[in-house]
Design a protein around this ligand. Structure first.
Ligand code: CA
Length: 220
């Protein structure tokens, strides 16, 4: 799930950006409407979290142009303007959900998770593969029905592998998932997390593709 956050208020934007990081969402934050539209048209985002009052181009115009171009990203509108006319216009223009300022970031994250589930077509908020079950909201992981205690990055790694079980992920891609834009990543950190997953779950859970990377192993 890749998110484009469009919010010109630096404090609120930073707060939401932090919350998205905590929620383990890959995201990009821009503060200008025109820049947001250009990005959304040229890159693939699963979701736009879109403020309405923006410099450059207002949020409703961004949304309208986005939909006119046939861009299908989900859009969650945020606005200080708690007016039903904006809400209705936003929804008419193809927004998927709407939240009014002020709001708790936890509420925003809950809305994003709900949209994520809708997008994924998940009936339940859970990934299941063979002996493994992984909950997307509570981050619980079970092996053969028994809860297993994973560290945050071990969970993120397992989640990524389970989301795309047939994909081989390079070490660099997994570092991106686990550490985002953080600079100092130990060169063997992904291998360390893989080692821990194998120890806490079972040795075949992650398959090493020599010279390439990793994918989900035999989990039946
Ligand atoms: Ca604003």
């Amino acid at each position: 799930m890749r998110i484009l956050l469009v919010e010109d208020d630096p404090l609120l934007g930073a707060g939401i950006s932090d919350a998205l990081t905590r929620g383990q969402y890959a995201h990009q934050w821009v503060q200008d409407g025109a820049q947001a539209l250009a990005l959304a048209l040229h890159e693939t985002f699963d979701l736009l979290v879109l403020d309405l009052g923006l410099p450059g181009m207002d949020g409703l115009t961004v949304l309208r142009r986005l939909r006119e171009s046939g861009q299908a990203s989900a859009v969650l509108v945020i606005s200080a303007r708690n007016q039903s006319s904006d809400r209705i216009e936003g929804l008419n223009l193809g927004a998927d959900d709407y939240i009014s300022k002020p709001f708790e970031v936890d509420e925003l994250l809950a809305r994003i998770r709900a949209l994520e589930r809708r997008l994924a077509g998940h009936q339940r908020n859970i990934l299941e593969k063979g002996r493994l079950q992984l909950w997307l909201d509570t981050r619980e992981v079970r092996l053969d029905g028994q809860s297993v205690d994973l560290q945050r990055r071990e969970y993120m790694l397992l989640r990524r592998l389970m989301e795309s079980p047939s994909v081989i992920h390079t070490r660099g891609q997994l570092e991106g998932v686990l550490y985002g834009a953080e600079g100092d990543v130990e060169s063997n950190s992904v291998d360390v997390h893989v080692h821990h997953l194998r120890k806490k779950l079972f040795s075949d859970v992650v398959k090493t593709i020599r010279g390439v990377g990793y994918r989900l192993g035999k989990v039946d």
